[in-house]
Ligand binder design. Sequence first.
Ligand SMILES: Cc1ncc(COP(=O)(O)O)c(C=O)c1O
Length: 361
Amino acid sequence: MSRIYNFSAGPAVLPEEVLKEAADEMMDYRGCGMSVMEMSHRSKVYDDIIKEAEKDLRELLNVPDNYKVLFLQGGASQQFAAIPMNLMKNKKAGYIVTGQWAKKAFAEAKMYGEAVELASSADKTFSYIPDCSDLPITDDMDYVYICENNTIYGTKYKKLPNTKGKDLVSDVSSCFLSEPMDVSKYGIVYGGVQKNIGPAGMVIDIIREDLITDDVLPGTPTMLKFKTQADNDSLYNTPPCYNIYICGKVFKWLKNMGGLEVMKQRNEEKAAILYDFLDQSKLFKGTVVKEDRSLMNVPFVTGDADLDAKFVAESKAAGLENLKGHRTVGGMRASIYNAMPKAGVEKLVEFMADFEKKNLK
Ligand SMILES: Cc1ncc(COP(=O)(O)O)c(C=O)c1O
């Protein structure tokens, strides 16, 4: 078996311990004589799996009792529509546009009501987080929406916006469980799991209970109504059973690692190795303003597209994969999620230093 260091933005690296355990249980899950993939979602065995996953997630994030945890299909993008459909009672909401994913959510919301752009960092290719201390939020807005970690551009909110009393809805897909967070500050926290938690195709929503009602926009599909999913504990229909099982294993892995405080320290340490190198490099340059840098996604460039392409090809040959930047920005991007070991980041920096020596004119 040979494994490479995978810097993909998602689907992304998962803990090897989790993959091995899943492999061991593939043919016979704990004496059941079948794989979790083959199991009824209404069985007692599966009920234990989903309940335990929820319990562990609640423990990791310290989720308050008045929040529901939902495991849903459709990925994060499905929520771009589900959120306005469920929350836009006044048909008006404020969006802070800090990258492609926030932009997509904003465009989707416009299909259901008046979505107002409260702030944007498009003027500087989304390389910073705008000042959110005094946004033009009006009384009739149903919520304020952010994308907390911008996977493509590598920015992260270090301070949540002043929402002037409105509920905050946050897409945390690419920073989910990378550090502790205070769930009580949000109306909804949600994220696709394919970065820090599990296999693609699933989203986890953590929703304050009073936001889960029958009062949704006309035409909201049954499956997209939060109440349907909450009333049925994510088992209204067949859920993404295997994904939930793997996510559950990752939650256990995180608990064994010491929880989210420990993950935060590890992630800060790993990111510092890369950012410190970028800050002194004469060839590579980070693209994000220092104070808004993400711990998870680190974009960088040489300023020469041919050299960037050479770097991507040579790094791949050296066992460092998926370092090509997003197609909309170019350059490189290293995603260093929870499961990326420190040794992977050290190897990347070693490779970058060597590449710099060979290619700096
Ligand atoms: C911040 C963010 N939001 C949303 C998405 C979309 O997720 P999905 O592909 O699960 O719809 C992604 C990336 O995949 C992302 O990085």
